[in-house]
Design a protein around this ligand. Sequence first.
Ligand code: 2AM
Ligand code: CA
Ligand code: CA
Ligand code: CA
Length: 266
Amino acid sequence: MTMNWIELEKIAQEWTYEAANIIKDSLAKPIHIEAKSNPNDLVTEVDRAIESYFFDKISKTYPDHHFLGEEGVAEELESLEGTVWIIDPIDGTMNFVHQKYNFAISVAIYHEGVGMVGIVYDVMSDELFHAVKGHGAYINGKELVPVKERPLHESVIGLNARWIVDGKHSYRNPLLALIRDVRSVRSYGSAAIEIAYVAADRLDGYLSVNLSPWDYAAAVILLEEVGCQASTFQGEPLMLLTPSTVIVGKPHLHKEMISAYLGEEQ
Ligand code: 2AM
Ligand code: CA
Ligand code: CA
Ligand code: CA
């Protein structure tokens, strides 16, 4: 059976709005916070509740679809065969905990490894970034226009503030050179929102030394609709099952950041 991706996007949007209401209700109560891989890597019971909410909805409605989420509610996934939902229940958990602002629900649907539906919902600012492959990218139903390039020295890029991976300052020198040469950098604390901002022409590019598939799976579907690029720092396609470096941007800037700065680890 072929899926109607536009219909499926509508259902995914409804579930996303419902999940957002659960998150907003939770803000009135004390939130239990735990550390994961290190004291600054946070998770709350709300992250898990939202992931379970999506897992239950998807497995009841589409029992043949697969599920990949950050908080491990479903069994580990080993391939992208068939239809796979890739969910980050709260992207920007630290913002959720510290600011109660600037966090997103990220919902992607891939089919045989190809991104078909992408939704990034900035819950508190009520901005829904959404796309169906081949049908354009939108904010709250308003279509985004193909992006216009700027030269690198006039570009503003988003940069994940965590440069240290496994105790190593990876890419320190190339990143310092890039920061020196661009107009300015921003760090909003949610990879999904920052990549959606590139699609919306609020940033020219975004990069992070280490992201997982659920951080970018939905937002990169928006990018393709407005003519932007996404890859690893080496220019390789993003691996949707393992963590990697991630760089996205307007096509010329994306290419220049890789070839002039990041292509080879230093
Ligand atoms: P998260 O909030 O879902 O964990 C900002 O640090 C961005 O990097 C967020 O999108 C965050 O997603 C992501 N990120 C990925 N791995 C992380 C980690 N180990 N610690 C903190 N943030 C991480
Ligand atoms: Ca996390
Ligand atoms: Ca995330
Ligand atoms: Ca998360």
